[in-house]
Design a binder for this molecule. Structure first.
Ligand SMILES: [Zn+2]
Length: 510
């Protein structure tokens, strides 16, 4: 079901002219950056018929002293970006150019896409030169795996409604000395939030750029990175219409392949408090952008993440979204009580002040319940496995790419904090086996933890492992039980700083 795959061919489009240099801003005026981004968003795509392109270019060059920004060239038409002033300019009188229809596809706004797809992967720097669609994602991940075989594996963790592969890159040193601590980073579950994918690529490039500095992290962890968790929606957004893309490609009752409002909001589809009853938390209407799907966990993309989580038992997870500049603490559902003590809440509140939001007027905050929502991945992971799981809402959505490196740097403390947290804090690390040394799926209860929503913590049936973080070094009573075995009860103290071996616990048969 989870196979590693090697490089495969990518369909390249023809080379397009591209003038934009993509560079991180050397110095950013923080107070001005949001206004500047807003201003850059006023550029709109215009279609110029093939017969008029050279005249248009000449007139534009003569008027503005440079070439216009071409984003897409098809047989009969070219797409150029113009701002309102340029469009109004009298110099274009007599040239028939039309503003693109409402909700043009994102490719109409990206002058670098074609060249980047043509280039594919040549070096790590290619990971941070522009936004990715599913084709670029596939080409870049395959390139990374070829270039860094010691530290990366590419997995197909499932397929989508339209048959696209759901790709996950695993970062680790793959030395099987000990059990690795699994972490999950995913982006673009809402396929129209392109900035989310960039946070995933930032993690990949920062770690591979500095494998020496990250040697200890790579030796104790396994980082699962899914840059595009909703490839069908992401493809629609890029290549069909920017009205689409939040949802996946499923066809609901009364819809067809041509329905622009088709699809399920994957982040309302996870089976914890699905359809909680709150009217605004999700929708039963297939045409709503918050459509939760016909049943809990109905979508293939949702199921792929559920299966991966069941196998890997992530200690931490971030699902990157855009745009409100916040870290959302689970549970996000109204009237749902977190376990006590609440490590997820504590970690988020500690780390949030270290994150730099691009707009100091707003800042970056840890919040709970900012708006009614149900069926999210983070709540499911926290409920089912105790994963310290967050939705992180990044800065601006789909701004000009030159601003993106600034957002990414600002958010780095979040994920590097997660990578360091296990080693730096108190933790329980167990392995439960039977007398024959086989792993046992067992319930694990701690005397210091109270649950309010019926949560059950279990060992990983694959290897009997169990991890838990705690802020407190005091010994607690642990009870481990499984059908067919005598309950095990003991007082144990958590480990302190470092990466301890798992405490082996052997269950006696009844
Ligand atoms: Zn989102």
């Amino acid at each position: 079901m989870f196979r590693v795959f090697s490089f495969f061919g990518v369909v390249f489009l023809s080379v397009f002219f591209c003038r934009s240099e993509v560079k991180a801003p050397a110095q950013v005026d923080e107070s001005a950056i949001s206004d500047e981004i807003q201003e850059s968003k006023t550029r709109k795509p215009y279609l110029v018929p093939a017969a008029m392109v050279s005249t248009f270019r000449e007139k534009y060059q003569a008027r503005f002293g440079m070439q216009p920004t071409l984003t897409l060239q098809k047989d009969d038409v070219s797409v150029f970006l113009l701002n309102a002033g340029e469009h109004k300019d009298a110099v274009f009188n007599g040239i028939k150019i039309n503003e693109a229809r409402s909700y043009p596809p994102f490719i109409y706004f990206d002058p670098t896409y074609a060249a980047r797809l043509e280039r594919g992967y040549t070096a790590l720097e290619d990971l941070q030169t522009g936004y990715k669609d599913p084709m670029l994602n596939e080409a870049l991940l395959a390139g990374v795996v070829k270039a860094y075989p010691r530290f990366t594996k590419l997995h197909i963790i499932g397929t989508t409604a339209l048959g696209r592969n759901l790709l996950a890159l695993e970062l680790s040193d793959f030395k099987a000395r000990e059990k690795k601590i699994a972490l999950l980073f995913s982006g673009a579950m809402h396929g129209n939030e392109l900035t989310a994918t960039e946070h995933c690529y930032h993690i990949i490039s920062e770690i591979l750029k500095n494998t020496g500095n990250y040697a200890e992290i790579l030796s104790h962890h396994s980082l699962w990175i899914i840059p595009i968790a909703n490839p069908d929606g992401n493809h629609f957004f890029w290549h069909v219409s920017s009205l689409m893309g939040r949802k996946n490609a499923s066809i609901g009752p009364g819809q067809t392949h041509a329905s622009p409002m088709r699809g399920v909001d994957l982040n309302r589809n996870f089976p914890f408090r699905w359809n909680s009853g709150h009217k605004k938390a999700s929708s039963e209407d297939p045409n709503s952008v918050y459509y939760r799907g016909p049943s809990p966990g109905s979508e293939k993309e949702t199921q792929a993440i559920m299966q991966l989580a069941e196998r890997e038992r992530f200690l931490f997870a971030i699902s990157f979204h855009a745009v409100s500049g916040k870290i959302l603490i689970p549970y996000t559902i109204e009237n749902t009580r977190n376990p006590s003590p609440d490590y997820a809440g504590a970690f988020a509140r500690e780390i949030a002040p270290q994150v730099r939001h691009h707009n100091p007027r707003r800042g970056f905050r840890a919040v709970k319940n900012i708006y009614p929502v149900d069926g999210t991945d983070q709540d499911y992971l926290y409920f089912k496995y105790g994963t310290i799981a967050y939705i992180v809402e990044s800065s601006y959505r789909n701004s000009e790419y030159r601003y993106v490196p600034y957002f990414l740097e600002g958010y780095q403390p979040l994920w590097s904090g997660m990578l360091n947290d296990y080693g730096a804090n108190y933790k329980f690390a167990l392995r439960v086996k039977n007398a024959r040394g086989e792993p046992v799926r067992a319930a694990v209860k701690f005397s210091d933890v109270t649950f309010f929503e019926g949560e059950k913590r279990t060992t990983n049936p694959g290897d009997g492992s169990f991890f838990r973080l705690t802020k407190n070094g005091d010994p607690v009573e642990v009870t481990i039980s499984a059908a067919g075995y005598k309950p095990y009860r003991a007082e144990i103290a958590p480990h302190g700083v470092g990466y301890p071996p798992l405490t082996e616990i052997s269950l006696e048969a009844n």
